[in-house]
Ligand binder design. Structure first.
Ligand code: ATP
Ligand code: ZN
Length: 226
Protein backbone atom coordinates (compact mmCIF):
# COMPACT_ATOMS: atom_id res chain seq x y z
CA UNK A 1 0.00 0.00 0.00
CA UNK A 2 1.47 3.36 -1.04
CA UNK A 3 -0.11 6.03 1.16
CA UNK A 4 1.59 8.78 -0.87
CA UNK A 5 -0.39 7.88 -3.94
CA UNK A 6 -3.60 9.71 -4.70
CA UNK A 7 -5.63 6.54 -4.08
CA UNK A 8 -7.40 6.51 -0.75
CA UNK A 9 -6.97 3.25 1.18
CA UNK A 10 -9.78 2.10 3.48
CA UNK A 11 -9.40 -0.89 5.81
CA UNK A 12 -12.53 -2.91 6.54
CA UNK A 13 -13.17 -6.24 8.24
CA UNK A 14 -12.73 -9.06 5.75
CA UNK A 15 -15.33 -11.38 7.17
CA UNK A 16 -17.39 -10.99 10.29
CA UNK A 17 -20.12 -8.96 11.87
CA UNK A 18 -18.97 -5.63 10.41
CA UNK A 19 -18.10 -6.72 6.87
CA UNK A 20 -21.43 -6.60 5.14
CA UNK A 21 -22.52 -3.29 6.62
CA UNK A 22 -19.12 -1.73 5.99
CA UNK A 23 -19.32 -2.64 2.30
CA UNK A 24 -22.98 -1.65 2.06
CA UNK A 25 -22.22 1.75 3.53
CA UNK A 26 -19.36 2.42 1.11
CA UNK A 27 -21.50 1.28 -1.82
CA UNK A 28 -24.31 3.54 -0.64
CA UNK A 29 -21.79 6.41 -0.64
CA UNK A 30 -21.20 5.75 -4.33
CA UNK A 31 -18.02 3.70 -4.11
CA UNK A 32 -18.31 0.75 -6.48
CA UNK A 33 -16.16 -2.35 -6.22
CA UNK A 34 -16.38 -6.01 -6.98
CA UNK A 35 -14.83 -8.30 -4.44
CA UNK A 36 -12.82 -11.37 -5.22
CA UNK A 37 -13.15 -13.44 -2.07
CA UNK A 38 -9.51 -14.35 -1.64
CA UNK A 39 -8.09 -10.91 -2.32
CA UNK A 40 -6.70 -8.66 0.36
CA UNK A 41 -7.01 -5.54 -1.80
CA UNK A 42 -10.04 -4.50 -3.86
CA UNK A 43 -9.90 -1.54 -6.26
CA UNK A 44 -12.95 0.62 -6.72
CA UNK A 45 -14.11 0.72 -10.33
CA UNK A 46 -15.34 4.33 -10.21
CA UNK A 47 -13.25 6.13 -7.55
CA UNK A 48 -9.55 6.28 -6.67
CA UNK A 49 -10.20 4.14 -3.62
CA UNK A 50 -8.73 0.80 -2.54
CA UNK A 51 -10.26 -1.44 0.09
CA UNK A 52 -7.96 -3.44 2.31
CA UNK A 53 -9.81 -6.41 3.81
CA UNK A 54 -8.28 -7.64 7.08
CA UNK A 55 -9.11 -8.95 10.58
CA UNK A 56 -10.86 -6.25 12.57
CA UNK A 57 -8.13 -6.40 15.23
CA UNK A 58 -5.56 -5.19 12.68
CA UNK A 59 -7.51 -2.08 11.66
CA UNK A 60 -6.66 0.33 14.53
CA UNK A 61 -2.92 -0.32 14.22
CA UNK A 62 -2.96 0.06 10.44
CA UNK A 63 -4.63 3.47 10.84
CA UNK A 64 -2.49 4.62 13.79
CA UNK A 65 0.70 3.58 11.97
CA UNK A 66 -0.48 5.42 8.84
CA UNK A 67 -0.40 2.27 6.71
CA UNK A 68 -3.96 2.97 5.54
CA UNK A 69 -5.87 6.26 5.37
CA UNK A 70 -9.24 5.25 6.81
CA UNK A 71 -10.64 2.35 8.78
CA UNK A 72 -14.06 1.08 9.80
CA UNK A 73 -13.87 -0.71 13.13
CA UNK A 74 -15.79 -1.32 16.35
CA UNK A 75 -15.07 1.14 19.13
CA UNK A 76 -14.34 -1.81 21.46
CA UNK A 77 -11.48 -3.01 19.25
CA UNK A 78 -10.33 0.56 18.67
CA UNK A 79 -10.16 1.51 22.36
CA UNK A 80 -8.53 -1.81 23.33
CA UNK A 81 -5.85 -1.27 20.69
CA UNK A 82 -5.35 2.34 21.75
CA UNK A 83 -4.85 1.41 25.42
CA UNK A 84 -2.48 -1.41 24.49
CA UNK A 85 -0.46 0.85 22.18
CA UNK A 86 -0.23 3.59 24.80
CA UNK A 87 1.00 0.99 27.32
CA UNK A 88 3.57 -0.38 24.89
CA UNK A 89 4.61 3.06 23.58
CA UNK A 90 3.45 2.54 20.01
CA UNK A 91 1.74 5.31 18.00
CA UNK A 92 -1.84 5.53 19.27
CA UNK A 93 -3.19 8.68 17.61
CA UNK A 94 -6.05 8.78 15.10
CA UNK A 95 -8.85 11.06 13.97
CA UNK A 96 -12.43 10.02 14.61
CA UNK A 97 -14.49 11.06 11.58
CA UNK A 98 -17.91 9.55 12.26
CA UNK A 99 -19.74 7.15 14.55
CA UNK A 100 -21.44 4.62 12.28
CA UNK A 101 -24.91 3.26 12.87
CA UNK A 102 -24.07 -0.43 12.99
CA UNK A 103 -22.10 -2.92 15.06
CA UNK A 104 -23.77 -1.90 18.31
CA UNK A 105 -22.80 -4.04 21.27
CA UNK A 106 -21.64 -3.71 24.85
CA UNK A 107 -18.75 -5.17 26.81
CA UNK A 108 -20.16 -6.59 30.03
CA UNK A 109 -19.09 -8.49 33.09
CA UNK A 110 -21.16 -11.65 33.57
CA UNK A 111 -21.07 -14.27 36.29
CA UNK A 112 -22.43 -17.84 36.57
CA UNK A 113 -26.13 -17.74 37.42
CA UNK A 114 -25.66 -19.81 40.58
CA UNK A 115 -23.24 -17.22 42.02
CA UNK A 116 -24.53 -14.34 44.10
CA UNK A 117 -23.30 -10.99 42.84
CA UNK A 118 -23.64 -7.71 44.68
CA UNK A 119 -21.16 -5.71 42.68
CA UNK A 120 -17.62 -5.53 41.39
CA UNK A 121 -16.19 -5.92 44.89
CA UNK A 122 -17.31 -9.57 44.73
CA UNK A 123 -14.74 -10.05 41.96
CA UNK A 124 -11.88 -8.41 43.84
CA UNK A 125 -8.90 -10.78 43.69
CA UNK A 126 -10.78 -13.16 41.39
CA UNK A 127 -10.04 -14.02 37.75
CA UNK A 128 -12.05 -12.72 34.79
CA UNK A 129 -11.81 -14.20 31.29
CA UNK A 130 -11.83 -11.68 28.44
CA UNK A 131 -10.61 -10.78 24.98
CA UNK A 132 -10.26 -7.16 26.15
CA UNK A 133 -7.72 -7.12 29.01
CA UNK A 134 -6.85 -3.42 28.61
CA UNK A 135 -10.46 -2.21 28.59
CA UNK A 136 -11.23 -4.45 31.57
CA UNK A 137 -8.20 -3.43 33.63
CA UNK A 138 -8.78 0.22 32.80
CA UNK A 139 -12.35 -0.07 34.07
CA UNK A 140 -11.41 -2.00 37.23
CA UNK A 141 -8.70 0.51 38.04
CA UNK A 142 -11.04 3.47 37.60
CA UNK A 143 -13.58 1.76 39.89
CA UNK A 144 -10.89 1.00 42.46
CA UNK A 145 -10.94 -2.80 42.22
CA UNK A 146 -8.44 -5.36 41.11
CA UNK A 147 -8.88 -8.74 39.48
CA UNK A 148 -6.63 -10.87 37.31
CA UNK A 149 -7.43 -11.72 33.72
CA UNK A 150 -7.45 -14.86 31.63
CA UNK A 151 -7.02 -13.64 28.06
CA UNK A 152 -8.88 -15.71 25.48
CA UNK A 153 -9.48 -14.63 21.89
CA UNK A 154 -12.47 -16.96 21.60
CA UNK A 155 -14.82 -19.13 23.70
CA UNK A 156 -14.68 -16.64 26.57
CA UNK A 157 -18.16 -17.67 27.67
CA UNK A 158 -17.11 -21.22 28.51
CA UNK A 159 -14.20 -20.17 30.75
CA UNK A 160 -16.09 -20.25 34.09
CA UNK A 161 -17.51 -23.72 33.44
CA UNK A 162 -14.05 -24.90 32.35
CA UNK A 163 -12.64 -23.67 35.65
CA UNK A 164 -10.44 -21.06 33.98
CA UNK A 165 -12.09 -18.00 35.51
CA UNK A 166 -14.72 -16.86 38.01
CA UNK A 167 -16.44 -14.46 35.63
CA UNK A 168 -16.26 -13.18 32.05
CA UNK A 169 -16.02 -9.77 30.46
CA UNK A 170 -17.41 -10.32 26.99
CA UNK A 171 -19.28 -8.64 24.12
CA UNK A 172 -23.04 -8.82 24.31
CA UNK A 173 -25.71 -7.78 21.86
CA UNK A 174 -28.81 -9.82 22.69
CA UNK A 175 -27.51 -11.76 25.69
CA UNK A 176 -28.46 -15.10 24.14
CA UNK A 177 -24.88 -16.44 24.21
CA UNK A 178 -24.44 -15.59 27.88
CA UNK A 179 -27.77 -17.16 28.73
CA UNK A 180 -26.94 -20.33 26.79
CA UNK A 181 -23.79 -20.63 28.88
CA UNK A 182 -25.45 -20.11 32.23
CA UNK A 183 -24.09 -16.59 32.70
CA UNK A 184 -25.90 -13.48 33.91
CA UNK A 185 -24.92 -10.03 32.64
CA UNK A 186 -24.10 -7.76 35.59
CA UNK A 187 -22.09 -4.65 34.72
CA UNK A 188 -21.80 -2.92 31.36
CA UNK A 189 -18.26 -1.59 31.20
CA UNK A 190 -18.16 -0.21 27.64
CA UNK A 191 -20.73 0.59 24.93
CA UNK A 192 -19.63 0.27 21.33
CA UNK A 193 -20.63 0.90 17.75
CA UNK A 194 -18.62 0.96 14.54
CA UNK A 195 -16.45 4.03 13.92
CA UNK A 196 -14.91 5.62 10.85
CA UNK A 197 -11.36 6.67 11.70
CA UNK A 198 -8.53 8.38 9.83
CA UNK A 199 -4.78 8.24 10.25
CA UNK A 200 -3.39 11.11 12.29
CA UNK A 201 -1.13 12.89 9.76
CA UNK A 202 -2.65 15.24 7.19
CA UNK A 203 -3.50 13.59 3.87
CA UNK A 204 -2.44 14.91 0.48
CA UNK A 205 -4.91 17.26 -1.17
CA UNK A 206 -6.33 14.66 -3.56
CA UNK A 207 -7.21 12.30 -0.72
CA UNK A 208 -8.50 15.11 1.46
CA UNK A 209 -10.80 16.21 -1.36
CA UNK A 210 -12.08 12.66 -1.74
CA UNK A 211 -12.88 12.43 1.97
CA UNK A 212 -14.67 15.76 1.85
CA UNK A 213 -16.80 14.35 -0.94
CA UNK A 214 -17.45 11.08 0.91
CA UNK A 215 -18.44 12.44 4.31
CA UNK A 216 -21.54 14.40 3.24
CA UNK A 217 -22.70 11.33 1.33
CA UNK A 218 -22.15 9.21 4.40
CA UNK A 219 -24.09 11.68 6.53
CA UNK A 220 -26.90 11.60 3.96
CA UNK A 221 -27.01 7.81 3.98
CA UNK A 222 -27.00 7.61 7.78
CA UNK A 223 -29.65 10.34 8.05
CA UNK A 224 -31.92 8.54 5.59
CA UNK A 225 -31.62 5.30 7.59
CA UNK A 226 -32.66 6.87 10.90
P1 ATP B 1 -12.03 -11.12 12.92
O1 ATP B 1 -11.89 -12.44 12.27
O2 ATP B 1 -12.10 -9.99 11.93
O3 ATP B 1 -11.01 -10.87 14.01
P2 ATP B 1 -13.93 -11.30 15.14
O4 ATP B 1 -14.35 -12.69 15.36
O5 ATP B 1 -12.94 -10.67 16.06
O6 ATP B 1 -13.47 -11.14 13.61
P3 ATP B 1 -16.73 -10.40 14.91
O7 ATP B 1 -17.38 -11.44 15.77
O8 ATP B 1 -16.97 -10.44 13.46
O9 ATP B 1 -15.15 -10.30 15.21
O10 ATP B 1 -17.15 -9.00 15.52
C1 ATP B 1 -16.66 -7.82 14.98
C2 ATP B 1 -17.19 -6.66 15.79
O11 ATP B 1 -18.61 -6.61 15.69
C3 ATP B 1 -16.93 -6.67 17.28
O12 ATP B 1 -15.61 -6.29 17.65
C4 ATP B 1 -17.96 -5.67 17.77
O13 ATP B 1 -17.50 -4.34 17.56
C5 ATP B 1 -19.15 -5.92 16.82
N1 ATP B 1 -20.26 -6.69 17.43
C6 ATP B 1 -21.55 -6.35 17.39
N2 ATP B 1 -22.33 -7.22 18.05
C7 ATP B 1 -21.53 -8.16 18.54
C8 ATP B 1 -21.74 -9.34 19.32
N3 ATP B 1 -22.93 -9.72 19.73
N4 ATP B 1 -20.67 -10.09 19.60
C9 ATP B 1 -19.46 -9.74 19.17
N5 ATP B 1 -19.21 -8.62 18.44
C10 ATP B 1 -20.22 -7.82 18.13
ZN1 ZN C 1 -11.27 -9.78 15.73
Amino acid sequence: VDTNSSRLTIAIQKSGRLSKESMNLLQACGVKFSLHEARLLAHSSNQPIDLLRVRDDDIPGLVMDGVVDLGLVGENVLEEARLERVATKLPAEFKRLRALEFGACRLSIAVPKEDTYNGLSDLNGKRIATTYPYLLQDYLQRQGFSASTAVLTGSVEVAPRAGLADAVCDLVSTGATLEANGLVEQDVIFRSQAQLIQRPEALNSAKQALIEQLLPRLDGVQMARE
